[in-house]
Design a protein around this ligand. Structure first.
Ligand code: MN
Length: 227
């Protein structure tokens, strides 16, 4: 290989609960994957094909701190479960999809809602609302060997001790194997890809100083301070 003309950009890794770290390649996020959240965002929940957007790999952040970003006065939390892939491919069947999963982690899809809504109203892409610096706080990954494949169980977000979001993994409109299979029809998935699996109802704003705690049954908790 010829000599690099700038230093190799830093790659992003997520810590793994029992040791090691997981290098991130891409981050896919599903929209409107819990019926109650779909209704609160003004949609009819149904089995229309799912839609996805992306965050940047280096938006993921396991530091436990979320800096309130610039250019927004309405930053929202969205509690989600992240699915991390150890392999990929295209045209993955629903039946084989879980074979590609390395593990799971609690995460937050932090959103500059005012910028997202402005983009939506003009039919523009969502990046300014979704793919900003440190917009993906994430907890240590737990491997399938340790936690299996969580399919049901409570998902909740507490802000300063009060429950703001709650749901159950079994309320996902598109289940994890279906998401993997669907994505693989449009993109070539690969080891290092992370999928954020959508948020239950109750999204809302945070302010500096807030303490967010994500609890997903079967996984370790994630605690994030807004700074
Ligand atoms: Mn989301």
């Amino acid at each position: 290989m010829s000599e690099l003309v700038i230093p190799l950009p830093k790659s992003t890794t997520i810590p793994v609960a029992n040791g090691g770290s997981f290098p991130v390649r891409r981050v896919y996020c599903i929209g409107r994957n819990y019926a109650a959240h779909s209704i609160e965002m003004g949609d009819n929940p149904d089995r229309d094909p799912p839609f996805f957007f992306q965050k940047n790999p280096d938006n993921l952040d396991a530091s436990g701190e979320f800096p309130y970003p610039e250019n927004s006065n309405d930053v929202h939390y969205e509690v989600e479960m992240a699915v991390a892939l150890k392999s990929g491919g295209d045209s993955i069947s629903v039946e084989n999809a879980l074979d590609h999963v390395f593990g799971y982690a609690p995460c937050l899809d932090m959103t500059r809602r005012d910028l997202q809504n402005a983009a939506k109203s003009k039919g523009r892409p969502w990046e300014v609302g979704k793919a900003f610096e440190r917009s993906g706080p994430i907890g240590p990954l737990q491997s399938v060997a340790d936690v299996g494949h969580p399919k049901q169980g409570r998902v909740e977000l507490l802000v300063n001790g009060d429950v703001q979001q709650e749901g159950d993994l079994d309320q996902m409109i598109w289940k994890v194997p279906e998401m993997i299979s669907y994505l693989s029809q449009y993109f070539e998935l690969a080891a290092g890809d992370v999928i954020m699996s959508g948020t239950p109802a109750g999204v809302g704003p945070i302010i500096k100083g807030d303490l967010m705690v994500v609890n997903i049954t079967g996984l370790n908790s994630l605690t994030v301070t807004v700074i």
